[in-house]
Design a protein around this ligand. Sequence first.
Ligand code: ADP
Length: 382
Amino acid sequence: MTIDEIRDLLKEVKYPGFSRDIVSFGVVKDISLDKDKVEVDLNVTSPSEETRGEIKSQVEAVLTKSGGFSTVEVTLSGGSQASPPQKPAAAPVPAISLSDVKHTIAVASGKGGVGKSTVAVNLAVGLAQKGHKVGLLDLDIYGPSLPVIMGVNERPMMTQERKLVPLEKHGLKLMSFGFLTGNDTPIIWRGPMVSRMTEQFFTDVTWGELDYLIMDLPPGTGDIQLTLTQRLRLAGAIIVTTPQDLAISDVRKGADMFGKVNTPLLGVVENMSGYVLSGVVRGSDNQPISNATISIPGMDKTKEVKSSDDGQFTLEVDLFKRGGGHEESNRLHVPLLCEIPISLELMESCDEGIPLIIKDPDSPAGRVFAQLVEKVEEILPG
Ligand code: ADP
């Protein structure tokens, strides 16, 4: 087989999710032939490991199946730094935007469970408390948590023009996949379906005039998120991460994704940054002891506080190596917007459906959310 024949053979492999083949996408970078050993170097620009793995194994399968080679070696280059291939030129992704919405802000994360929805909700409610008109759109199709965190789960009404009327709670207009599908339905959505549904949530909902529309994006920085960010004209994006995940380049991937679609990154929110211990020091007679020293060994250094006159103390303990947020955000030139401690009250407020910024604004985490709201107002005045 000649190199050209091998190239023709590789045209059988389609780029996952597209009808075009990998050769016409320019994925096949190099083919070399040494007797009956073939080496193929692929340049797959998609950051999705699934896409990359699928292309590699399909190429291996096609070459092995041809029976022409004793050894087949396929290598992959490219990756998260480059942009994924665009859809064929005939179908550019049209941007959709809402003329009555001043600022659309996406809240994103590299993976689930880092507190993305918790941050989106408290930010949205905090902005509404300041007198702004705010909408909250939960696009987290894999685990819509807005109905639980906001304590509302009704079916939205439809207008005669078949537009969805957002639900209202805690001063916000709300829409979530969860309102339509129920929370317990495990759903597997494919990219194009997500795109269609999202478009409807964006344009077929009577949002009215809004100062801010906060969007809770599905977790991850793959193709679905990229398409969403590309289509919805965003004023900015916020990435939520935990201290450990900062180290595994979640923020880098998120920053790359928003960079590709020219969306300004407003900054990073580090969640579960530490733990705030509070309590009362009492003696064996159960009386509060003032001026007692409470000393807790931390990751970097032992922390100490003195109890107050009534024996009360509050001490923030580091559970993970501290300072990662600052270092990483400096390195990436992305501001660190705030650091939210692990907080029992915050977890409980989510379960109860009353956002912490309403339930206990003076709690340590409540105060951090207030700071976040102020920063967002500062960057994008309502
Ligand atoms: P995500 O949207 O990233 O999947 P959620 O916002 O749904 O994450 O949060 C996941 C869980 O973690 C929820 O039960 C929430 O109450 C809890 N949680 C989030 N942030 C904190 C925190 N700082 N302290 C304690 N629990 C938290």
